[in-house]
Design a protein around this ligand. Sequence first.
Ligand SMILES: *[C@@H]1O[C@H](CO)[C@@H](O)[C@H](O)[C@H]1NC(C)=O
Length: 323
Amino acid sequence: MNQIIFVAFFLQICFAFDFNKYNALDKIEKYLAIFNRNQGTVKSKVEIIGKTFEERSIYMVKMFTKRKTRCGSCKGKSKKAILVDGGMHARDFISHAFVLYFLNFLKTTQAGFYLVKKFDWYLIPVLNPDGYEYANNFERLWRKNRNPFNETCIGTDLNRNYGMQWDPENGGSRNPCNEFYSGPFRFSELESQAERKLMLKKAFIGYLSIQSFGQLWIYPWGFTKDPVPDKSTLDKCAKAAAAAATTRHGVVYNSRQTSERSTLGGLSSDYAKAAGIRFPYEVLLRDKGTFGHLLPEDQIIATCEETTDAVIAWVNCVCAEMM
Ligand SMILES: *[C@@H]1O[C@H](CO)[C@@H](O)[C@H](O)[C@H]1NC(C)=O
């Protein structure tokens, strides 16, 4: 325990990374570098999974244990992996903040160690670094990436650009000036391409796309109102997650199929499902619209705490359902 406290202390003091803040990209990248050291009980490694239009690196942190332990009581199965991304939409500042908090949680706490014993974790804190930098410096509510297919109107909505039922007419747009521009064709974007490559390379069991806002765990399909064949299983784990999140601070989270209100084509979670990832979700963090994307910094830690509880409950559900 002393060792854990020391590591937590070390990470926070020596690198002055403030989890109570929305940190700028350069601060985040400096913080990520410390995970590229194979020390401690939980091992970690930083990889670059792709470059953006503005030639920024898309970083991924891999968390694993030295010994190949298995998921809970899932006997006879090899260790599976979970993919988590943050910042698909530039303005979802709480989503980057959560993935960074969760990285630290996995690396420095006993509860985090148990999660890494169950699964390997692949975490992308900032999937859309060009967008995040732009939102931070110029236009706080910027959503898309910064790829200029159209000279006057820049950027594609990454979460309409994935290749499962990509369809600008289904909740996206063909207009580059639109916030939901689907891109000129499926997987036209470097960021969605990078994540697709990862999804296809590694047999992930789970995928969490951390976004905001809405206090909601949602699962495929999004492109159609039809249910996925294992809808009841996906629903069960979403409910478990939402209940755990709600318990922490009394802030209510809900769950449902993505398309319950309206259908959307080209979603990353739909693509993940089609690519064979059994448990894919979009996790919409606080709040429900009071501040929306401008969630105050004094709500960061509480949001991260309840979401961590949700992920733990979700992992336990996934583990049980895998058997
Ligand atoms: C950019 O898109 C807008 C909206 O579709 C269109 O009116 C305009 O002509 C486009 N500009 C270029 C340079 O393609």
